[in-house]
Design a protein around this ligand. Structure first.
Ligand code: FES
Length: 324
């Protein structure tokens, strides 16, 4: 669990079934005061009763100050996070969360915004669509899912003032048509920014196609929530981490994260997701070459090798010197 992320206590004011296997939670302050503001694309860390910490996007309009809305898909291969939200949390409960953070902000200089949602990836994009509509910005959203029963917020989107900006695609509804990435991505000019969120396979397909079609990396924005890559990989080796401030050296065995190995010797790095998603543990690297296993840093940032996420990343060199 995170050691230094500041917590905010909220009440679950509403919990509903939003779609098949997706529940929606509304969170309000305990005393009715306004919640900290947020921008479209923000997420909060949720500290679950079973000790896990998970990140969920805020999906309501960012100008609302009386509530946060999150929606959570029950994952079949859940490590316990989504199951806890579905089974343990109920209306009226008090819950600890972090203040909102944004790693997926709208780029307001864009001439146009293209939002691509796969399944539960609709959550941050919904907040973005609300915001863009309020601003009168030029945008379109494409929302794909396995079936309409599994699509959250369909009614809300269809009833919204921006419904005409949105196209829906369901694998089981051929009449709705298929999301043809080549066509959607080819139809936009250099002033368009792309935002994608959804399952890893969907996101990788979108980003690969966009790169193939010549989109600039600066115009591609993504928010990953889960990482499919296993934590331990074939060929993993032990290595050494050295703390720049004291010179202390710590062995990192195979199967043990840097975060946990350092914790054992009393060196605490704040962390949250332990999946390379949230960026809470980001640490500067002064010497050595990290083996980046996160989805938080862009490829260009990873290539600099001057920072990494020690919750999940390892080392390509025998030793890493960290700015700790
Ligand atoms: Fe989330 Fe490391 S704790 S990226």
């Amino acid at each position: 669990m995170s050691t230094q992320v500041a917590k905010l206590n909220v009440r679950i004011s509403r919990k509903t079934e939003e779609a098949q296997d997706i529940c929606m939670l509304e969170l309000a302050s305990l005393d009715g005061a306004a919640l900290p503001g947020f921008s479209a694309g923000s997420h909060v860390d949720v500290f679950l009763p079973n000790g896990l910490v998970r990140q969920y996007s805020l999906c309501n309009h960012p100008q609302e100050t009386d509530r946060y809305q999150i929606a959570v898909l029950r994952c079949e291969d859940s490590r316990g996070g989504s199951a806890a939200v579905h089974e343990l949390l109920k209306e009226g409960d008090t819950l600890s969360i972090s203040a909102p953070r944004n790693n997926f902000a709208l780029q307001h200089e864009a001439r146009k915004h293209l939002l691509l949602a796969g399944g539960i990836g609709i959550t941050p994009l919904l907040s973005m669509a609300e915001r863009l509509n309020t601003l009168g910005a030029d945008f379109e959203m494409h929302y794909a899912a396995r079936s309409e029963q599994r699509m959250a917020f369909v009614r809300r989107i269809r009833d919204s003032a921006y419904a005409s900006h949105v196209r829906f695609y369901c694998d089981d509804d051929k009449a709705a048509g298929e999301l043809k990435l080549s066509e959607v991505l080819a139809a936009h000019d250099a002033g368009t920014h792309l935002y994608v969120c959804g399952p890893g396979g969907f996101m990788n397909a979108v980003l690969e196609k966009a790169r193939e079609l010549g989109w600039s990396e600066d115009c591609l924005h993504r928010e990953f929530f889960t990482v499919d890559a296993p934590q331990v990989q074939d060929g993993d080796q032990a290595f050494e981490v050295q703390l720049a401030s004291t010179g202390q050296r710590v062995q990192i065995p195979v199967g043990v994260s840097i975060i946990h190995a350092l914790e054992k010797v009393g060196v605490e790095i704040p962390y949250s997701c332990e999946q390379g998603v949230c960026g809470t543990c980001l640490t500067r690297v002064l010497e050595g070459t990290p083996d980046h296993r996160d989805v938080y840093l862009t490829e260009a940032e990873q290539a600099c090798n001057d920072q990494f996420t020690p919750c999940c990343s390892r080392s390509r060199s025998a030793r890493l010197v960290l700015d700790l």
